[in-house]
Design a binder for this molecule. Structure first.
Ligand SMILES: *Cc1c(COP(=O)(O)O)cnc(C)c1O
Length: 493
């Protein structure tokens, strides 16, 4: 059994599920989408654990890997790396709202869910295709993907990971996490530019034929751990299903009842996974795309015009500081079912910085939170519910509240609300302390202690370890030097 994928920009450019996993990006620069989004009867999955749902979903999207390999992938990915047995627990806030906590993995952000599985999915795909090349994973990161990819691939034979993050564009804790990874097969560079610069350069390397042939001579092939890789998206579908089931089990919703979900969004990967879950048959009603001050997506959702011709602003939610949101392309494809439209609009985006698209999905909502709203949301939630959230989650909470208030004015039926909590507040302790009007100690370790005292939650183990590490100084790189860095690093992979 195999599921065929094809490029969002050319339906005749096809690949098997295993090939799509290994290639990351389609050869024409498009993204791989499944020819058919599988559907399921979610009721048949009642009572299953996260790992069991993961196996079922992986089998649907990557059937050629076979049940046995998939069982192994899931076991390796989720057996020991998470600090909670549920992997992604649901935390109620009040009678109508809950947070889905996605940050109980090694790097304290939701990227761990997919990046714990991706290396093993890729390895399984290599076994199936008979591919013996070593894979060099190039990753542009706005902060969280980088460390999660390094952590996921560290010491995995036959893989190297090279990360590019915007110098001065990530939090101190994020940078320290990346500079303390010891294994030789993973490394991170601070690029003099912003996230979009990093992402654009990495995407260009994937279609760079000269680079590919020079790497090929060394037996190395490029791939991606960004959410442009379908192997990043599929594991994220799992927690929409398990969250729905937890809410049913907790009596918060009845089985079959609609659920609204709000997702803090940058590259549109997480919210796209929700869209897939919905298309698969999970009764999600409204999916809300929550942006920060860089609200290109909100403007797009409200006007139908995507316009990246603006300055990227650095915010307290750095993992969402993005102007070119890669996975929107997949959404556009699924909505239009027309690769030619996507190809033309993506070309226009690349050459002119904007495009227009007639949006028809009425169940998608769009909103944003500015920095002031983020601070106030963190403070209000602490005051009213004694819960501390990170700034990314606060963006989503604010947007959820704003749109819900607007909705109840219109007397629309209410559905239970789920907000995705994408990072531990400890990862952004300085911002959180400031929002709570507390002094911000100079050292990270003291900030964590302060936050632990306030929230009555102990400092997470990975950070306690990080506090003891020295690590190396960040290695800066100009944009022009990225290419040589890739070639150089490939020699050691
Ligand atoms: C990456 C990230 C996001 C944005 O997710 P996308 O899938 O890129 O939309 C939100 N919050 C946190 C903490 C992240 O690390």
């Amino acid at each position: 059994m195999v599921l065929m994928y094809h490029s969002t920009r050319d339906a005749s450019l096809r690949a098997t599920d295993a090939e799509a996993l290994l290639q990351g990006l389609a050869p024409d620069g498009g993204l791989f989408v499944p020819e058919k989004i599988p559907t399921v009867d979610f009721r048949a999955w009642r009572g299953l654990r996260f790992e069991e749902v993961a196996q079922r979903i992986f089998r649907l999207y990557f059937p050629s890997l076979g049940e046995e390999r998939i069982a192994n992938v899931v076991k390796t990915a989720y057996d020991k790396r998470f600090r909670t047995r549920q992997i992604c627990p649901v935390q109620p806030v009040d009678q109508t709202l809950a947070l889905l906590e996605l940050w109980h993995g090694p790097t304290l952000a939701f990227k761990d869910i997919a990046l714990s599985a991706l290396p093993h999915l890729m390895r399984a795909a290599q076994e199936v295709t008979g591919d013996t090349d070593r894979l060099l994973i190039l990753t542009a990161t706005s902060g969280d993907t980088g460390k999660a990819a390094m952590e996921g691939f560290a010491g995995v034979d036959g893989f190297g990971v090279l990360v590019f993050y915007p110098a001065d564009g990530v939090s101190r804790a994020q940078e320290k996490q990346m500079c303390t990874q010891k294994e030789n097969n993973v490394f991170a560079y601070a690029v003099e530019g912003n996230f979009d610069d990093c992402q654009r350069a990495v995407k260009a390397f994937f279609t760079d034929k000269a680079m590919a042939s020079s790497l090929k001579k060394q037996g190395v092939r490029l791939s991606s751990a960004n959410s442009i890789n379908i192997g990043r998206l599929v594991p994220q579908i799992v927690y929409y299903f398990t969250a729905y089931e937890s809410l049913v089990l907790a009596g918060a919703i009845s089985e079959g009842a609609p659920l609204d979900v709000t997702v803090p969004t940058g590259n549109f990967g997480d919210v796209l996974a929700g869209y897939y879950a919905k298309r698969m048959g999970l009764p999600l009603r409204i999916l809300t795309v929550a942006s920060n001050t860089n609200h290109v997506l909100t403007d797009f959702g409200q006007s139908g015009t995507y316009d990246a011709r603006r300055e990227l602003v650095r915010t307290t939610s750095p993992s969402m500081d993005i102007l070119v949101s890669s996975n929107l392309e997949r959404f556009l494809y699924h909505e239009s079912k027309d690769a030619e439209i996507v190809r033309v609009e993506m070309q226009k985006l690349a050459s002119e910085g904007h495009f227009s698209f007639a949006l028809s999905d009425k169940d998608m909502r769009w909103g944003y939170a500015d920095e002031d709203a983020v601070q106030k949301t963190i403070a209000t939630l602490y005051r009213t519910a004694h819960q501390v959230v990170d700034p990314h989650t606060a963006v989503a909470l604010h947007v959820q509240k704003m749109l819900s208030d607007a909705q109840s004015d219109k007397d629309e039926a209410r559905a239970y609300q789920l907000v995705l909590s994408t990072a531990s507040p400890f990862k952004f302790a300085d911002t959180v302390l400031r929002a709570l009007h507390r002094p911000v100690p100079a050292s990270l370790a003291q900030q964590w202690e302060e936050l632990a005292a306030l929230s009555k939650v102990p400092v997470p183990e990975p950070l306690r370890v990080l506090a003891r590490e020295k690590g190396h100084a960040p290695q800066r790189l100009t944009r022009e030097a990225m290419r040589d860095a890739v070639i150089g690093f490939a020699k050691g992979v």
